[in-house]
Design a protein around this ligand. Structure first.
Ligand code: NAD
Length: 493
């Protein structure tokens, strides 16, 4: 397969000696040296970025603090105009951003072009539109009191992002915050910071005032923790693992500031005996190959009714074995590498631990031969089955893998699905929509999807409960409201 030709802008961006942080509208050197960013398809260095520490975080937060009075004093319409220009610039630069996202994360270029980048632009537009229609003063009809709720932005909002969908998740976070009049400081993942840093160029190009959007990367403890701890940060949002999410939640609790946590998952798919088995096999194979299974909300426990188990397994095995694996930058590839050597090793270790605990491979894990990818982080999609106490059925793995469970009784299966401590997303597969709808209400998570897995649209709230998150989700009017605080103004009559 031939790689896509890189655009001159992509090459120029990557070939800079160091890609610096974007602080106060300026490309700035940082205090913690540099970090190499790896191309997961080759294992080679893709780019070198400046690494931030607490002193850089301080500069970024001070800049956002200084920019807040002006940004928040603009009318929603004036801010929305600038955000629409930012979305225009994202769309005009879609191919550069898609190439960066593909090279950095390893995902197929078609996915970056078709989802990650345009869905990010759409997010910015959605919240810009919403902000022009929102009420910022709501009169209250109260006996003998003249009163209203006055809604204002918080100030500086801090964001810590993960490596799996860096561009889309960044837009999900900052879109509503900026539209509501807050300024933002973004700590991009040190594993995949490139598209987020490129956003700095676009912000500059369209005239977003200096300090409104600040972007840096660095390791978590050195540059993520100081952001959550900074006294001028008035609201935090963290997307990533539950382990780090708990730490950020503790820091925000200590500081008594609101904190949105979007964390890990261990979603289930419940395939009823009356399901369209071919569609379920297709949909669930797609759920673990999308982004090489590195998707927080994907289905990694598949509960299959005993009457359809064997047919389902035959179909899904055929689909997984036919998946074209390769470097995401080659057109036609369906699944790329894992994002890093660490992630590849983690997935392999889980597979071997699962088997050591008694699981049986249904589709074996292999190291596929990929042209030019001998040092890339490639693994084939794979399936295990066995007892639900198995480590691979209990813990989030974050790779192209699922654990199959055969069940007899629907109510019993639902009870078992609900035993995990995560609560992000599940799906129900059935041709009886009333039955599917009832089952969808009974599985405990922020999202229940019917005859599909991974369903996203603006206006459709998305968030987790339990170990999967707290403090509001993303993508809906509620998210926009999260970035405004209420102030009651009242006068006794
Ligand atoms: P991670 O928790 O390791 O890292 C996330 C971010 O936190 C990174 O920017 C990292 O540098 C930073 N970080 C790490 N240690 C830190 C510390 N001590 N203090 C402050 N910041 C720190 O997660 P990851 O490996 O980047 O991403 C994978 C995880 O993210 C999975 O668990 C996945 O389920 C979850 N995720 C959840 C959602 C969602 O919407 N619920 C979306 C994407 C990813």
């Amino acid at each position: 397969m031939t790689p896509v030709e890189l655009l001159p802008q992509t090459k120029t961006f990557l070939e800079q000696p160091v890609i610096r942080a974007f602080i106060n509208g300026t490309w700035s050197d940082t205090a913690s040296g540099t970090l190499d960013v790896t191309d997961p398809a080759t294992g080679n260095t893709l780019a070198t970025v400046s690494a931030a520490n607490a002193s850089d975080v301080d500069k970024a937060v001070e800049a956002a603090h200084a920019a807040f009075p002006h940004w928040s004093s603009l009318s929603p319409g004036q801010r929305a105009v600038l955000l629409q220009r930012l979305a225009d610039a994202i769309e005009a630069n879609q191919e550069v951003l898609a190439q960066l996202e593909t090279l950095d994360v390893g995902k197929p270029i078609d996915n970056a072009r078709g989802f990650d980048i345009p869905f990010g632009a759409e997010c910015v537009r959605y919240f810009a539109d919403l902000s022009t229609q929102a009420s910022y003063d709501v009169p209250l009809a109260i006996k003998n009191i003249e009163a209203r709720v006055h809604r204002v932005p918080y100030g500086v909002c801090g964001f810590i992002f993960p490596w799996n969908f860096p561009f889309t998740i960044c837009c999900w976070g900052i879109g509503p915050a900026l539209a509501a009049g807050n300024t933002v400081v973004i700590k991009a993942s040190e594993v995949t910071p490139l598209s987020t840093l490129y956003l700095g160029h676009l912000a500059e190009q369209v005239g977003i005032p200096a300090g409104v959007i600040n972007i840096y990367t660095g390791t978590g403890p050195e540059s993520g923790q100081p952001l959550a701890e900074h006294p001028l940060v008035r609201r935090m949002s963290f997307t990533g693992s539950s382990a780090v999410g708990k730490l950020i939640g503790r820091i925000c609790g200590e500081r008594v500031i609101p904190c949105k946590l979007e964390l890990g998952g261990k979603g289930a798919a419940l395939v009823l005996e009356d399901a369209d088995v071919s569609a379920a096999a297709e949909g669930l194979a797609g759920a673990i190959t999308l982004n090489t299974g590195q998707v927080c909300c994907t289905a990694t426990r598949w509960y299959l009714h005993e009457n359809i188990f064997d047919t389902f397994v035959d179909k899904v095995r055929g689909i997984l074995e036919a998946t074209s694996i390769g470097s995401g930058i080659c057109e036609g590839v369906q699944m790329g590498p894992l994002v890093s050597k660490v992630q590849k090793t983690r997935v392999e270790e889980y597979y071997h631990k699962g088997i050591a605990e008694g699981a049986t491979p249904v589709v074996e894990l292999k190291r596929p031969e990929v042209q030019g990818g001998a040092n890339g982080f490639f693994l084939s999609p794979h399936l295990l089955t066995g007892d639900e106490s198995n480590i691979c059925c209990r813990e989030e793995i974050f790779g192209p893998t699922a654990f199959l469970v055969k069940y007899k009784d629907e109510a019993d299966a639902i009870e078992r699905i609900n035993r995990v401590r995560y609560g992000l997303a599940n799906s129900i597969w059935s041709l009886d929509l009333a039955r599917a709808s009832k089952a969808a209400e009974s599985v405990v998570a922020g999202n229940s999807w019917i005859n599909a897995h991974n369903v996203f649209a603006y206006g459709l709230p998305y968030g987790g409960i339990n170990l999967s998150g707290v403090g509001g989700g993303v993508n809906s009017p509620e998210t926009f409201n999260d970035y405004l605080r209420n102030q009651t103004i009242a006068r006794p009559l």
